[in-house]
Every structure is written in structure tokens, then in C-alpha cells.
Write a protein that binds this ligand. Structure first.
Ligand code: NAD
Ligand code: UDP
Length: 334
């Protein structure tokens, strides 16, 4: 994608064939931008972007962000990184490389082009938080050597790099700390709680509750999250973040299970399983900054969002009952 005389903005979305990235590509295209979607298809799929491939404003490039990239764009959204524990723990060294080398490469690109760059960071930078709800001022409680560390510390190091490029080189940066987000195009076998519960309910399998199910999360619908990312990217230069983006509506994992059972009308049992190591006890974003700086807050209620997500998985599993088996486990990093 070279520079041409067009007034359309050219936007790079790394991780653009993934769950969040593909929705972001949709929104940018709908807004009239040109999109360069870059992905190594580790957890992303062509299926997520199939409807965009014939669009002249859309271009897909298979590339791994741990390698340098030379393209011409006006904005960069850096989303490339597996997000679910099963996927990021599959090849933890590659996960850290993706966050750290990926950030260095994308920041280098932003510096050469002198364009703004947004980092998809995560609530995992807060670890198993000792402060509740989590505001951006909280420095976190993170195990540096556990099975989640490749992701948590990789993302923390990426934030460090973003702020050093900003302080040292004056780069325009935007750091979004994304809390649990769900919706259509989640990977059906990524082991995340919303997709697991829905897929199990639709397949008549027991709903797997890790631990006693009293741990909490706050779930944000994908459309709301994407709106937040776009607002952050287009905010004034002095708004660097980090800004929490998520839905403050907190509920326990057990409550979520009951809600999914009700919404799918499934007749399934709850099955108690071991709690994963370092599983955070509670998570709820303080979104005061996002409200104040971006005029943003979630608008989609959990009930509405779950209905749309259930409808997506019904279609996916109905149209292709082998989808779950075939999509997992991811075994190719490039
Ligand atoms: P996802 O796994 O669906 O998407 C990640 C995408 O990045 C995939 O398409 C994958 O193939 C691609 N990718 C991975 N490694 C790559 C590499 N080295 N080079 C190029 N592409 C690579 O996950 P998602 O839920 O869409 O998450 C997107 C981003 O948002 C991630 O950075 C994640 O850490 C962050 N995030 C997501 C959530 C959430 O709840 N979904 C929460 C916090 C943060
Ligand atoms: N979880 C669960 N059953 C599942 C999948 C997840 O009880 O089948 C729990 C998990 O232990 C965690 C919560 O749900 O406490 C959210 O897990 P997820 O992997 O979706 O996100 P994260 O832990 O990264 O917030």
C-alpha cells in the first residue's frame, strides 16, 4: 500500500484478522478509511475478514510483527498478540516476542512515518489486583515468573516502550487498557469464559466452572470497545493514556454461567474444575478517565450482547459442526 493522492486515511491494523481486529477493520472501512490488515493468522482467521477481501479499501498482508515492516500509513493500531490464556501459553516465548519485538517494530514504523500509534494493552497489567475497581493509577500486582507472565509482563514492557518513545522521541502514542471483551468472532475454542460457556451450552456439554466460580469479571461488548479504541486514537495528542476501556458491570463467573444457560435455554450441568494458576480474583474497570477524556462509556447491556454472541455461535456451530475441532489448537506461529 504505497502513498497515493487520496484524501482517505490509510490505517494499519496489526492483528486485524483476530476477534477485535476484524471488528475494528469493519468500523474503519465503514468510516471511509483505507485499511491495511496485517496478521500472521496464529489465532486470527481468514473467515473473520472474508467479507472484506473484495473491498478496494481493504488489503490483507500476512506478516509477523516480530519482523520489521516497511509500509506507508497514517495511523497504526497495534493489536497483534494472542489474547486467550490457552493461546498465549501455547508458545510463551513467542508471546513475549510478539508483545516486545512487535512493539519495537511498530513503534519504529510510527517513528519513521511520524504517525500516531495505539497499543492494545490489557487489564492483565493489573495482575491479581489488590485495588478494586482498577484505575489507571494502580501499578498492579503481577507475578513475573508464572504461566501468565509471558502475556502480562510482555504487555507491561510494551507499555514501557510506548511511553519511552513518547518521552524520548515525542512520538504520538495512545495506550488502551482493554478489559474482558466478548462478541461475535471470538474463537470458539479459545478457552475464554464467554465463548466456552456459550459453546458448551449449545453443544449440550457441562459448563466448566474453574474454582468455586466466585471470581469476578466485567464484560464489554465488542462494538463498545471498538468505539472506545477509535475515540482514543482520534483524541488530542496530549491524551496518551493509559485509558481503561471496559464495562464496569461486574459479575461472578457462576452468575455468568447461569445467565448463559438461561439465554441458550440449555439443559446442562455445572462442572467444577481446578482454578488456573494466578487466576485474578476480581476485575472491574474504573472508566472515569475514558468518560472524561473520550466521552465514552459502554452502551450494550450484557443481555443484548450475549444474545448477539449466542446467535453468532449458533450459526457457526450449525453451519460447520467441525469448526471447534478444526480451529484448535493453534500450532503455527507464522
Ligand atoms: P485474537 O487472538 O483474536 O487476535 C489477535 C490477533 O493477532 C490474531 O489475529 C493473531 O493471529 C494475531 N497475531 C498474534 N501474534 C501475531 C504476530 N506475531 N504477528 C502478527 N499477528 C499476530 O485476540 P483479540 O481478543 O482480538 O485481542 C486483540 C488485542 O487486544 C490483543 O493485543 C489482546 O492482547 C488485546 N486484548 C484483548 C482483550 C479481550 O478481551 N479480547 C482484553 C485485553 C486485551
Ligand atoms: N473460566 C471458567 N470456566 C471456563 C473458562 C474460564 O470458570 O470455561 C474462568 C477463569 O478461570 C477466569 C474467568 O473465567 O476466572 C475469565 O477467564 P478468561 O480466560 O475468559 O479471561 P481472563 O482470566 O483472562 O480474564
Amino acid at each position: 500500500m504505497g502513498r497515493t493522492y487520496s484524501r482517505q486515511k490509510r490505517v494499519l491494523v496489526t492483528g486485524g484478522a483476530g476477534f477485535l481486529g476484524s471488528h475494528l477493520c469493519d468500523r474503519l472501512i465503514a468510516a471511509g478509511d483505507d485499511v491495511l490488515c496485517l496478521d500472521n493468522l496464529f489465532t486470527g482467521t481468514r473467515r473473520n475478514i472474508a467479507h472484506l477481501l473484495d473491498n478496494p479499501s481493504f488489503e490483507f498482508m500476512r506478516h509477523d510483527v516480530t519482523f520489521p515492516l516497511y509500509v506507508e500509513v497514517d495511523q497504526i493500531y497495534n493489536l497483534a498478540c494472542p489474547a486467550s490464556p490457552i493461546h498465549y501459553q501455547h508458545d510463551p516465548i513467542q508471546t513475549t516476542k510478539t508483545s516486545v519485538h512487535g512493539a519495537i517494530n511498530m513503534l519504529g514504523l510510527a517513528k519513521r512515518l511520524n504517525v500516531p500509534i495505539l497499543q492494545a494493552s490489557t487489564s492483565e497489567v493489573y495482575g491479581d489486583p489488590a485495588v478494586h475497581p482498577q484505575s489507571e493509577e494502580y501499578w498492579g500486582h503481577v507475578n513475573p515468573i508464572g504461566p501468565r507472565s509471558c502475556y502480562d509482563e510482555g504487555k507491561r514492557c510494551a507499555e514501557t516502550l510506548f511511553f519511552d518513545y513518547h518521552r524520548q522521541l515525542g512520538l504520538r502514542i495512545k495506550v488502551a487498557r482493554i478489559f474482558n471483551t466478548y462478541g461475535p468472532r471470538m474463537h470458539p475454542d479459545d478457552g475464554r469464559v464467554v465463548s466456552n460457556f456459550i459453546v458448551h451450552a449449545l453443544q449440550g456439554r457441562p459448563i466448566t466452572i474453574y474454582g468455586d466460580g466466585s471470581q469476578t469479571r466485567s464484560f464489554c461488548y465488542v462494538d463498545d470497545l471498538v468505539e472506545g479504541l477509535i475515540r482514543l486514537m482520534n483524541s488530542p495528542d496530549e491524551v496518551t493514556g493509559p485509558v481503561n476501556l471496559g464495562n464496569p458491570n461486574e459479575l461472578s463467573v457462576r452468575e455468568l454461567a447461569e445467565f448463559v444457560i438461561e439465554k441458550t435455554s440449555a439443559r446442562v450441568e455445572l462442572e467444577r474444575c481446578d482454578l488456573p494458576v494466578d487466576d485474578p480474583r476480581q476485575r472491574q474497570p474504573d472508566i472515569g478517565k475514558a468518560r472524561e477524556l473520550l466521552g465514552w462509556e459502554p452502551t450494550v447491556a450484557l443481555e443484548q450482547g450475549l444474545e448477539r454472541t449466542i446467535a453468532y455461535f449458533r450459526d457457526l456451530l450449525g453451519e460447520d459442526s467441525g469448526a471447534v475441532a478444526r480451529l484448535a489448537p493453534p500450532d503455527a506461529a507464522a
